[in-house]
Design a protein around this ligand. Sequence first.
Ligand code: NAD
Ligand code: UFG
Length: 343
Amino acid sequence: MMENTILVTGGAGFIGSHTCIALHEAGFRPVVLDNFSNASVRVLDQLERITGQRFPLVRGDIRDADLLRDTFQRYRIDAVFHFAALKAVGESVRQPLAYYENNVSGSLALLQVMQQCGVRRMVFSSSATVYGEPQYVPIDEAHPIGSTNPYGWSKVMVEQLLRDVASADSDFLALALRYFNPVGAHESGLLGEDPLGTPNNLVPFIAQTAIGRREHVQVFGSDYQTTDGTGVRDYIHVMDLAEGHVAAFRTHCGDFGFKPYNLGTGRGSSVLEVITAFEKSCGAHIPWEAAPRRPGDVAVNWADPALAVKRLNWRARRDLQTMTDDVWRWQSAYPNGLQEHTS
Ligand code: NAD
Ligand code: UFG
């Protein structure tokens, strides 16, 4: 088990790249497959600086069945950690077909080649978005499934594909890891979230404001029924998330079936609490202004991670201050991310 070779689709992206580090540290061999639609090839250099290992890279698309077949055979892949997807909720509303094509057809193509090549273990990047509008918090895995946008539906659909494949093939293992709000960066400051264009998510937006690339943060909604009126989310450090993948795979690699797990901390933080933590990290005031609620947002959303804690022998260890400290170390070392950094 310790020498397993893992194909990491989307392995140059934010969560995939950090998971490659956790896999390496746990004794696995990651092989990165990425089409670089939302990542820099320089991520591989940073991974080498952190781990001392040059991970094999397959440049290409999960929808390219010939490339996948060749990759499975060449590297003798034992399991797939499947991160590759488009992930912008708003964009998915405007371009639903692009999301279904990339996320659903892409996963289908990958599963077909896995079946042809006899690879029967997948760890899938799912999301708390599969719970749709929260009907209660904290959200456990028994919460009803649904969605409010094409991105979310693409995750629901891939989960359904995995359920069906696992019920048709009694040797197939599908772990659907439902992430809450992944943030943070590697503690070295060498790797972190590197969004192209204007960030959609809170923490990258705050980080770019702190470094001077944005004028101020807009706080979407200050009249929610929460302690300070701003939205509350379950922010989880990307390295805790990465280690959660390894824990899930180690626990279940000899099992079969479809197994969903929430990966979150079980604690909620408000937008203003995140801004305050970031101010402490960077030692400066972060300008912000109250703005109307963002359409589609809910007041509160956080995980009940009890199932993962109980079964996977894992829990999120890093607190909000560590998350913002690590983001600031990364953002201040690479103000423009990896794409434009020249030293
Ligand atoms: P990311 O965009 O940084 O990483 C995704 C990677 O996949 C990118 O490197 C991109 O170039 C690559 N990719 C996309 N389509 C591809 C394709 N067809 N073939 C090959 N490579 C392709 O995103 P992330 O934040 O690291 O997210 C990873 C996964 O986690 C995604 O499936 C996402 O939906 C899921 N997720 C993310 C969050 C979040 O807030 N970041 C929350 C819940 C779930
Ligand atoms: N927010 C701001 N200003 C910003 C950006 C966000 O105030 O510039 C607020 C939002 O209103 C929300 C909180 O910060 O209250 C977090 O927003 P994010 O956009 O960072 O994260 P979301 O909870 O909206 O989205 C996350 C994932 C999605 C996933 C969704 C539902 O990023 O992929 O959870 O699970 F679909």
